[in-house]
Write a protein that binds this ligand. Structure first.
Ligand SMILES: CC(C)(COP(=O)(O)OP(=O)(O)OC[C@H]1O[C@@H](n2cnc3c(N)ncnc32)[C@H](O)[C@@H]1OP(=O)(O)O)[C@@H](O)C(=O)NCCC(=O)NCCS
Length: 212
């Protein structure tokens, strides 16, 4: 990388306050699976995440693609969430290559809904790595961490009914559809195709990890 590129990243990291080494990550543990390293975000993740958020295939069930600036802001929000709560949406890196391919992790929804308060488990991966079981693999590690280390009593996940890939991940990690909990997302206008959401739940005791 040329000097200008390095300076650019340094500038952005300072502006966004994104730590560049894991040593700055305080108490947040790094999670490892067979193929993934789940870790805090780095300034060098920006480009890959911008590409993911600008991909129509990845963003099919979201209201809009994200601009580069919006992705940068999202990283800042995710990092702030880690600082405030000690958990968050982990950047997912392929252990074999070091490539950042998406995220999987925990977040506290920022909107009001009947199922709140709750902690959500969520995921987003680059189209190029879909269908290899990576989201499920990462999500299982996050569930174990949530119940065993963080001692959360339960998790929710939600998406639009047509997002069958995401619903399949929810089912594979043991979540159950709570049809009575399905809701209208308040962030979407009434009548919008993405307003209706299905709600899935997973309880620590039924997962069997509590006290492990
Ligand atoms: C949802 C997402 C994270 C899944 O990632 P992934 O690594 O491909 O997931 P996995 O390989 O672990 O599992 C995907 C499952 O969906 C299944 N699937 C894929 N396409 C499908 C389809 N069209 N219909 C039904 N099932 C489908 C796969 O077969 C697999 O299930 P299986 O293991 O039983 O065969 C990925 O598609 C993504 O990033 N989507 C865009 C972002 C998004 O929608 N996030 C969720 C918002 S709530």
């Amino acid at each position: 990388m040329g000097a200008q590129g390095a300076q650019g990243i340094l500038f952005v990291e300072r502006r966004l306050r994104i730590p560049d080494v894991l040593g700055f990550c305080g108490m947040t543990p790094t999670l490892e699976t067979d193929r993934l390293l789940l870790r805090r975000w780095r300034g060098s993740d920006r480009e890959a995440f911008q590409k993911i958020n600008a991909d129509l295939r990845v963003m099919e069930f979201f209201p809009a693609l994200l601009t580069a600036e919006e992705t940068d802001q999202a990283i800042v929000r995710i990092e702030k969430h880690f600082e405030e709560h000690g958990f968050g949406l982990y950047a997912a890196e392929l252990r074999a290559t070091g490539t950042m391919v998406g995220y999987v992790g925990l977040s506290i929804p920022r909107f009001h809904a009947p199922f709140m308060p709750a902690v959500e488990i969520g995921w987003r991966f680059a189209f190029e790595v879909w269908g290899r079981g990576l989201a499920t693999e990462g999500a299982r590690a996050v569930v174990d961490h949530a119940f065993r280390d963080l001692r959360l009593p339960s998790l929710v996940s939600f998406t639009v009914p047509g997002n069958v890939r995401s619903r399949r991940v929810m089912e594979k990690i043991g979540m159950e559809h709570d049809a009575d909990g399905d809701f209208e997302h308040p962030g979407m206008p009434v009548g919008h195709a993405l307003r209706r959401h299905v709600l899935y739940r997973l309880h620590a005791e039924s997962h069997g990890a509590e006290g492990a």
